[in-house]
Design a protein around this ligand. Structure first.
Ligand SMILES: Cc1cc2nc3c(=O)[nH]c(=O)nc-3n(C[C@H](O)[C@H](O)[C@H](O)COP(=O)(O)OP(=O)(O)OC[C@H]3O[C@@H](n4cnc5c(N)ncnc54)[C@H](O)[C@@H]3O)c2cc1C
Length: 614
């Protein structure tokens, strides 16, 4: 968003907020709000709470206040020691990272942020713990952070000198046959649903809902991402073209607001907050302590189509991209197909597509013309590095760890810590991101108009140019064009950028390196490589932006340095989101990088800034 437009949008907020006076239990008579806060307190400031005050919070939360110690401390004192070696081993295990209060999945982003532990954390077990922590942070003017799955690429779930609410152990999963949101009896029919604690991760949720329960719930691809963080961001999974975004499937949330009140938000109670939670991004409007999501009937089958093709020349690669685009537009641009095609430097195309509702023969028949065309030009133009493989499985086995370990052993890794649950598995495809350091990362929604005959050539040209510089991932399931009418209709009633509805895919371009921390002997990020990679990512994305300069991008998967982030993440919905923020958190207790209302704060979230100075 242009600075001018952002200021205009914000200027309208108090009026909107005033027009929509708060009602019901959500803090109308709640605790004091420190509306005058201009600077939050740091650990070494005189205003930092005394040990006695921390002790009182510890008692209030049943002993669940933790003084956080980073395992990095061992590395600083003994970089070659056993503890440091173990830390770097654990950083390749997403479960080990998730179970550690001081760690995050991304260890940092060169020139943007480095994962830093909070001073204290409340390892919350119930809503009362969250209320106590929110009240304590507000009353003591602290920087507050909330972490669930810890998978934020943008460093939104860690901050130094902060109090962390860690929801990892609030992970109950309860299925309902006929759920009616509170206050909606009479206006909404009972429907199948699942209530999930904010610390639950998707792998366990799928195992409960699909493997054990025979139903479908819309979540994300990565099994160790947190349910709350994904739903609040919007949330796309392999089959979102059919079932919609995760946010659009939210039926109700229990939320602790900035005034420490527990609020039920749904279509009938606090509908403004409910709408804001559906894609407005985690960490800005309140702390969610329970989410209830619609569940769907399972299709008969899920499956995937895989191949890796290398072209023998740039010309052949350009033809391959053109063919893929035409094939996608004619055959796959519908609710059955999602997931990723990656175009890589070196003229390589990785096809990793997923489908729902088709059997093996149907899926094979769909892909035959494309693969026949490739084979006809082999070996002169193309070679297979991975020959086409199409697999369809009974839907109920889609996320069944035992089945997957036996049927597609190479596709999964296990949590190899002693005593780890056998269901702790993760996709091999997500290994690179465990503990990684980001060098550069950007996303862009590609409008469906680019698939029309007259535009396919320029799309293929731009993809060819971009993929010479950096790997270009086309995440087809993260654009809702071509999706089912129900998926698209439900998404219209969320805070996400409406551009997602008109996009056939989200293009993601990124560069990354292994786990590393600045200043750590033997484990520092390679800054020269990182900055070169960041420049390549930027140039590659510039080639795509020539096609869709205002396409917008996805809050959870975007550039830390995104200019005009409010417009890019939410489009015309930002003004309404800002009004929800003003109503439920006028003092700005909740802050995340480029979150709703964050323009009122310094980049680290500690100092309030004058309007227009950021
Ligand atoms: C390997 C990997 C794969 C991914 N795959 C997908 C994908 O397939 N589809 C997709 O849409 N996204 C995907 N993402 C992005 C992911 O959905 C977001 O990063 C998401 O926000 C992570 O949620 P989390 O709980 O794991 O992370 P956290 O870092 O714990 O939280 C993320 C944000 O949500 C806030 N938050 C967390 N819990 C709460 C709560 N209870 N109440 C309020 N705010 C809260 C945090 O403050 C933070 O701002 C992926 C990310 C990674 C790292």
């Amino acid at each position: 968003m242009l600075r001018r437009e952002m200021i205009k949008a914000l200027a309208a907020v108090p009026l909107l907020a005033g027009a929509a006076a708060r009602t019901g239990s959500a803090g109308a008579d709640g605790g004091p709000l420190t509306t005058g806060t201009t600077a939050r307190v740091r650990q070494n400031d005189p205003g930092w709470p005394s040990l006695a005050q921390w002790d009182a919070l510890r008692q209030q939360t049943g002993g669940r206040l933790i003084a956080v110690r980073s395992p990095l401390a061992d590395c600083h004192s003994a970089p070659d020691g056993a503890a440091c070696r173990e830390l770097f081993r654990d950083l390749k295990n997403p479960y080990a990272i998730g179970d550690h209060v001081a760690l995050t999945q991304t260890t940092g982003w060169v020139d943007a942020w480095t994962s830093q532990p909070s001073v204290y954390a409340v390892a919350a077990r119930d809503t009362a713990d969250v209320v106590a922590a929110v009240n304590f942070a507000r009353e003591n003017n602290l920087r507050l952070v909330v972490k669930g799955g810890g998978h934020s690429y943008l460093g939104r779930s860690n901050a130094p000198d902060s109090l962390l609410i860690w929801t990892r152990w609030m992970n109950a999963i309860v299925a309902h046959e006929g759920f009616v949101a509170q206050g909606c009896a009479g206006s909404a029919a009972p429907q199948p649903a699942v209530s999930v604690g904010p610390g639950a991760i998707w792998g366990r949720t799928y195992n409960e809902v699909t493997t054990k329960g025979g139903r479908y719930v819309q979540g994300g691809g990565c099994l160790t991402v947190g349910v709350a963080g994904l739903v609040l961001a919007g949330g796309f999974g392999s089959h979102s073209k059919q079932f919609g975004t995760a946010a659009a499937n939210l039926l109700e949330a229990e939320v602790v607001t900035a005034d420490g009140q527990v609020c039920i938000a749904n279509a009938c109670a606090h509908p403004d907050l409910f709408w804001g939670l559906k894609g407005g991004g985690g960490g800005s409007l309140g702390i969610v302590t329970r989410l209830t999501l619609r569940t769907h009937d399972l299709p008969n089958f899920f499956g995937g189509a895989f191949a890796t093709i290398t072209a023998q020349s740039e010309g052949a690669f350009r033809r391959l991209i053109g063919r893929l685009i035409a094939f996608y537009a004619d055959t796959l641009f519908n609710p059955y197909w999602g997931e990723i095609v990656t175009l890589r430097p070196g003229n390589r195309m990785d096809i990793r597509m997923a489908f729902q509702g088709l059997d093996q023969q149907q899926a094979e028949a769909i892909w035959r013309p494309f693969f026949d065309w490739v084979v006809a030009a082999m070996p002169h133009d193309f070679i297979y590095q991975l020959a086409p493989t199409i697999r369809s499985i009974p839907a109920r086995r889609r996320w069944d760890p035992a089945f997957l370990k036996a049927y597609v052993p190479g596709a999964l890794f296990v949590d190899d810590r002693a005593g780890a649950p056998t269901d702790n598995v993760f996709w091999a495809a997500n290994l690179a991101e465990a503990g990684h350091v980001i060098f550069g990362y950007e996303s862009l929604w590609l409008p469906a108009g680019l698939l029309q005959r007259g535009h396919q050539e320029e799309l293929a040209d731009s993809l060819a140019v971009a993929s010479r510089l950096a790997p270009v991932e086309l995440h087809f399931q993260k654009g809702l064009a071509g999706g089912s009418e129900s998926a698209r209709a439900a998404a219209r009633n969320t805070a996400m950028n409406p551009k997602a509805l008109d996009a056939f895919a989200l293009a993601i371009i990124g560069g990354e390196g292994p786990p590393a921390y600045p200043g750590l002997a033997g484990h520092s990020p390679d800054l020269a490589a990182a900055r070169k990679s960041a420049a390549e990512v930027g140039s590659a994305m510039a080639a795509l932006k020539r096609l869709a300069s205002d396409g917008g991008c996805y809050f959870a998967e975007s550039n830390f340095f995104e200019r005009g982030w409010a417009e890019a993440y939410w489009g015309r919905n930002y003004q309404r989101l800002a009004a929800v923020k003003q109503k439920y958190d006028p003092a700005g207790l909740f802050f995340v990088h480029h979150g709703v209302g964050s323009e009122a704060w310094s980049p680290d979230g500690f100092t309030r800034v004058a309007a227009g100075s950021r």
